[in-house]
Design a protein around this ligand. Structure first.
Ligand code: HEC
Length: 401
């Protein structure tokens, strides 16, 4: 894109034999090199702080989160780096616009049919089925794939990042399931991006041929012949650079700068909106414990249990269901013989002892059984609860069933 700055430089050193050509071609402007550096910084930091969150259960992830100073700090670093990357993206849009609209540099990064052909021929060449690598121009198809992957990936990360950063806002216009879905997409795209850098970038930029142009800003003629022969031919023919005179440049700038200013302002507002929209943003993370917690005033009613055939019947206050079994368990050891009082049957219980009835249906306080048990000192003693229920049973007329 910075073809306009291409300036052949002579860097031949004195006394060095001119076996190899020493001419170099300016490929990237300093501003682009800085952009590249920023993207490296943001990308690496985001990956280092993001992947441990994706794999939070793993021991290595826990160790890394500890290294960053805990989960809250890890999230903060991740969020601030995301802001850096978004600002860089805004700058990039403005800078590309400047090159295209002011300097009238062609859209050299746009994919074309040629790229499909180049990719196919490269595949054949790698398989030994073609004699030579395709001749490529300003940007090879490998470079375009990488650039557009970065653009696409950044858009995905910004959209899904927004959804996780502002879940309440998201749930206002999308179903709630989109938030966990955004989380899955965010993590998946992150993994894809890291693997793409390790495999695609590493191979094409560092292994196949160590391309240092992002750091030096230029390529040697030899490298140009290998990597960008079509661009080199254009440069030599003088058609790669479209010179602009000062007056025209001024005129275009006068149109571009105000428009770019408005666009940049809108984008920056978008970033501001993104970061400050909700209380879940950066600042809240460490203060989570102090955040007010809303508890409903009336407890949420529990769902009523539907009667099921296997459910045990609720014990009712009758002789059969309650009093009989209780007396037989707690009193029959002795009564059956002692004082002619027996609890073997309902009739026995109502008949009473040799002194007469001990249960007066409908009047618990008049029942001797209650009087005896109320002393709390009977050799066979009912608990307070059990006695209360027995009283209730008698009060209700001591029903058998
Ligand atoms: C360890 C033996 C023992 C157990 C168990 C026992 N009782 Fe008694 N109960 C006695 C004795 C002995 C008497 C007679 C002397 C007394 O009143 O203390 C008696 C007397 C009574 C009387 C008075 C009868 C009357 O007409 O004077 C009642 C009523 C009574 N028991 C109720 C119960 C009940 C109800 C239970 C079970 C919760 C129970 N007992 C458990 C030993 C026991």
């Amino acid at each position: 894109m910075s073809t306009t700055t291409t300036q052949p430089q002579q860097i031949a050193e004195e006394g060095q034999p001119a076996v190899r050509t020493t001419r170099t071609y300016r490929r990237f402007a300093l501003s682009q090199q800085i952009e590249h550096g920023l993207v490296i910084l943001a990308f690496v930091t985001l990956a280092l702080t993001g992947l441990p969150q994706k794999y939070a259960g793993a021991a290595w992830a826990e160790a890394m989160i500890g290294l960053f100073g805990g989960i809250e700090r890890t999230r903060l670093i991740h969020h601030y780096t995301a802001i850096l990357l978004m600002l860089e993206a805004v700058y990039h849009i403005v800078a590309v616009g400047y090159r295209v609209f002011v300097r009238h540099v062609g859209l050299t990064m746009l994919p074309s049919l040629m790229d499909v052909r180049d990719a196919w021929q490269t595949l054949l060449y790698n398989l030994g089925l073609a004699r030579q690598r395709p001749q490529m121009g300003r940007y090879t198809f490998e470079e375009k794939v990488e650039y557009w992957s970065l653009v696409w990936g950044t858009i995905i990360m910004i959209v899904t990042g927004f959804m996780m950063w502002n879940p309440i806002a998201t749930a206002r216009f999308l179903p709630g399931q989109f938030i966990p879905a955004a989380k899955a997409a965010h993590g998946g795209e992150a993994l894809l991006a890291v693997l793409a850098i390790i495999i695609w970038h590493m191979y094409h930029v560092h292994l196949r041929h160590f391309n240092k142009s992002m750091w030096t800003g230029s390529l040697t003629e030899e490298e140009m012949i290998h990597e960008h022969p079509l661009e080199l031919a254009d440069l030599k023919a003088g058609v790669a650079v479209r010179p602009v005179d000062r007056a025209t440049l001024r005129k275009r700038q006068a149109v571009y700068f105000p428009i770019a200013g408005v666009v940049a302002a809108i984008l920056l507002l978008g970033v501001y909106y993104f970061v400050t929209f909700e209380q879940t943003a950066v600042a809240t993370a460490p203060e989570a414990e102090r955040a007010p917690v809303y508890v409903p005033q009336t407890p949420t009613p529990l769902p009523t249990t539907a009667p099921t055939p296997t459910a045990a019947p609720v014990a009712r206050l009758t002789w059969v269901d309650f009093a009989g079994p209780l007396f037989q368990q707690k009193c029959s050891k002795c009564h059956g013989t002692i004082m002619g009082l027996s609890f073997a049957t309902y009739a026995d219980a109502l008949k009473g002892s040799q002194n007469g009835p001990v249960i007066v249906p409908g009047d618990a306080n008049a029942s001797k059984l209650v009087v005896v048990q109320s002393t709390g000192t009977h050799p066979g003693q009912l608990s307070g609860d059990e006695l209360a229920k027995i009283k209730e049973w008698i009060q209700q007329g001591a029903p058998e069933k």
